[in-house]
Ligand binder design. Structure first.
Ligand code: UDP
Ligand code: MG
Length: 330
């Protein structure tokens, strides 16, 4: 088998990674549906990696009882809530499969779609992204914010991503290995996967309603994520600032000359108008300097967190996983 071969193992192991934050009422249903998908597919072995991301409900208890009953249910218990992006990263780090499928615990990503993801992977794709066809009924603010988030990050970012693309995706083992070498802290999982490239395929699906419980991503978390996504994958904000700065300097230079000329030539009665304008200009410039400082500050604070060199996450305990926790990239 050559290095470039896309031949897939005849009986691949497929790892399903599920980030779990207060999903106690969804886990049994999710597991049952995953099992029926697994039963419907021949020639594949399955492992399920549930990452308990510091849940405060009975999620961990439910996972423990599932893990007792099923040897291929593996549990990674994070020492606190690290957020979905890092929970996914931890799950992917423990996965052993030839292919790794990331899926939400709330059944908004229908497990049945995994069949299509795996089929596309078997044909040679290395990243198979499930693309949302219709969004579920969300509150208007959330729907708007996720649309704004998606279009901003698609437009701004220098990497190729597709509108409606979700974290519901399949990664080939090679992509998983490459992904784990990226040690960024403030990460957007799907942004990093998109940055990696690799041979991709897209599968459309209809997002379902959340099964139980409320969405755990608040508006402000989504907003933070959007900003992180932009900062991590684009220097466009900095370039916009630069152009804006040049433009404003140029314009205010010309205006100043014009004010002087009109004052000298026309009449001193104009004194007040140019004075007022100068004041306005001054505030405008101040505003721009402050914006620039703010954006620079954001980039600097990112450097700061990266430089601290903390591990990405810490794990309290694992179930059904014999291996020692792999050290997260520092
Ligand atoms: N999640 C997590 N940690 C968090 C927040 C969410 O692991 O801090 C998980 C959550 O349990 C679910 C997935 O991430 O499996 C998506 O979360 P949610 O449904 O709240 O987000 P949305 O569907 O609104 O994007
Ligand atoms: Mg959800």
């Amino acid at each position: 088998m050559s290095v470039l071969s896309t031949d897939r193992a005849p009986t691949p192991l497929i790892s399903v990674v599920v980030p779990v934050y207060n999903e106690g009422n969804n886990l049994e249903a999710l597991h049952a549906r995953l099992e029926s998908v697994a039963a419907s597919m021949e020639n594949a072995a399955w492992e399920y990696l549930f990452v308990n991301d510091g849940s405060t409900d009975h999620s961990l208890l439910t996972l423990q009882s599932l893990a007792r009953k099923h040897q291929n249910v593996k549990v990674i218990d994070m020492s606190r809530n690290f957020g979905k992006e890092l929970a996914l990263t931890a799950g992917v780090a423990y996965s052993k499969g030839h292919a790794i499928v990331c899926i939400d615990a709330d059944l908004q990503h229908p497990p049945e779609v995994i069949t299509q993801l795996v089929a596309a992977w078997r044909k040679g794709a290395e990243v198979v992204v499930a693309v949302r066809r219709s969004t579920e009924q969300k509150a208007i603010l959330r729907r708007l914010s996720s649309r704004v988030f998606n279009s901003i990050s698609t437009r701004l970012s220098e990497t190729k991503s597709v509108a409606g693309g979700t974290d519901f995706r399949l990664l080939d083992r090679r992509v998983r290995d490459a992904l784990l070498l990226l040690g960024e802290r403030r990460r957007l999982f799907r942004g990093l996967v998109d940055w990696l490239g690799f041979e991709r395929a897209y599968i459309e699906f209809d997002a379902a309603e959340r099964w139980q419980g409320r969405p755990t991503y608040s508006f402000s978390k989504l907003w933070d994520l959007a900003i992180d996504g932009i900062l991590a994958h684009s220097s466009l904000p900095l370039r916009i600032l630069l152009y804006l700065g040049v433009l404003i300097t140029f314009a205010s230079g010309i205006s100043l000359v014009w004010m002087q000329v009109s004052y000298d030539l026309v009449s001193p009665r104009f004194l007040y108008t140019p004075l007022a304008r100068a004041v306005v200009f001054n505030t405008l410039l101040n505003g721009i300097v402050l914006t620039a400082l703010g954006i620079l500050g954001l980039y600097v604070s990112r450097i700061h967190t990266e430089v601290l060199g903390r591990p990405l996450y810490t794990v309290r305990a694992t179930l059904n996983l014999e291996q020692q926790p792999p050290t997260p990239p520092a």
